[in-house]
Design a protein around this ligand. Structure first.
Ligand code: RB5
Length: 146
């Protein structure tokens, strides 16, 4: 599995935590920034990362900003992206099993590093259940391709 990881200035610290988790899990990942502490614009990080997932260069992305909301709104504009904004362990698991989410978004100003690390670990390690969920996810793709 290949993961691209990115954040704006509001998610730098949590991004570092998630990078540690991916390293622990032996997941191949690229850290796409931002490298700065000054203010940047979240779409400038969310959209290129999501495009690289949609293009097949990466299997998944993990995107972090202050709330996770800007990242999720931006990523979900990219065709083929199913970005889930997750701040608890239950939805981290179920969004992989049911929605086959390919982007995980979290907010550094919403949850602490311990929970964020467990969410990342759960999300990366949980498989899509397919079955009846395949039909539902396909309907999203059908709408995108209309
Ligand atoms: C930046 O101040 C903040 O708006 C951003 O990190 C994010 O929370 C947007 O959704």
């Amino acid at each position: 599995m290949k993961v691209i990881l990115a954040s704006d200035h509001g998610g730098v610290n949590l991004r570092r935590e998630v990078a540690e988790v991916l390293t622990e899990l032996d997941v191949t990942f690229e850290d796409a920034g931002c490298d700065c502490e000054e203010s940047v614009d979240y779409p400038d990080y969310a959209i290129p990362a999501a495009e690289r997932v949609a293009a097949g260069e990466f299997d998944k992305a993990i995107l972090i900003c202050g709330t996770g909301i800007g990242m999720s709104i931006s990523a979900n504009k990219v065709k083929g992206i199913r970005a889930a904004l997750v701040h608890d362990l239950f939805t981290a698991k179920v969004t992989r099993e049911h929605n086959d989410s390919n982007v995980l978004c979290m907010g550094e100003r919403v949850i602490g590093p311990g929970l964020a690390r467990e969410i990342a670990r759960t999300w990366v390690s949980t498989d899509f259940e397919a079955g009846r969920h395949e039909r539902r996810v396909s309907k999203i793709a059908e709408y995108e391709n209309k």
